[in-house]
Design a protein around this ligand. Structure first.
Ligand SMILES: Cc1cc2nc3c(=O)[nH]c(=O)nc-3n(C[C@H](O)[C@H](O)[C@H](O)COP(=O)(O)O)c2cc1C
Length: 194
């Protein structure tokens, strides 16, 4: 089959449109990816973030559209892209949930050993940070199982003065359901991770 000049005039813009559409789609995918089968990998990074920092950053939006970030330590995850956090002190976040229950939770692996190893190798073996996007439920009383999971996670400090002051009121939780995620990436050193 021979491609004639009029064919080219029609086909070239169509080809350009196709490439543009595909590249925009790809960029969208890079920003927010459906969780799908990635939860196992995501949860690994979330746990590494918790271990190295002791807290997660949870972003919300107020009724004027202003962003807000709250540090929350007592977050637990389940195997089905859900989790819950103990909600005791936060004021702005529950207010924001009255108009918008969407959240973005971020975990960063700040372990010194992990960073030194990655710098030495010139590549990250797991993502340095991940953001998960979802929605929270209304607050509810924590179950006995959730309270004992919490107590187990903080038992090492149980004899210290601040332990009672900080954590005796942690009895209420909010459930979180995540639907998409976005790893924080660097060029080259993060290649091939997802
Ligand atoms: C490292 C860290 C961990 C925290 N973890 C929790 C938590 O698990 N639950 C909670 O209710 N408050 C927790 N807080 C306290 C809230 O972050 C704090 O009250 C904050 O000011 C609430 O912000 P907001 O009212 O703007 O949402 C934590 C604070 C820090 C610094």
């Amino acid at each position: 089959m021979q491609i004639t000049r009029p064919d080219l005039i029609v086909l070239t813009p169509l080809f350009v449109l196709f490439v543009l559409k595909f590249s925009f789609k790809y960029r969208e995918m890079e920003i927010m990816i459906e969780i799908g089968n990635n939860w196992g990998k995501i949860i690994e990074i979330l746990h590494k973030g918790k271990k190295s920092n002791r807290f997660f950053s949870i972003a919300t939006v107020d009724d004027q559209g202003n962003p807000h970030v709250t540090p929350i330590g007592h977050v637990f995850f389940r195997d089905d892209s859900t989790g819950y956090y103990f909600d005791a002190f936060s004021k702005a976040m529950p207010k924001n949930f009255e108009t918008n229950k969407r959240i973005c939770l971020m975990a960063v692996n700040s372990s010194t050993l992990y960073w030194l190893k990655s710098l030495f190798l010139g590549s990250f073996q797991t993502s340095p940070a991940v953001r998960v996007f979802g929605e929270v439920s209304e607050p509810r009383e924590a179950t006995e199982e959730e309270i004992s999971r919490l107590k187990e996670s903080i038992k090492i400090t149980s004899r210290l003065k601040g332990h009672e002051l900080l954590w005796s009121d942690l009895t209420r939780v909010r459930d979180m359901k995540f639907t998409s995620f976005s790893p924080a990436t660097y060029p080259e050193m993060c290649e091939g991770l997802w």
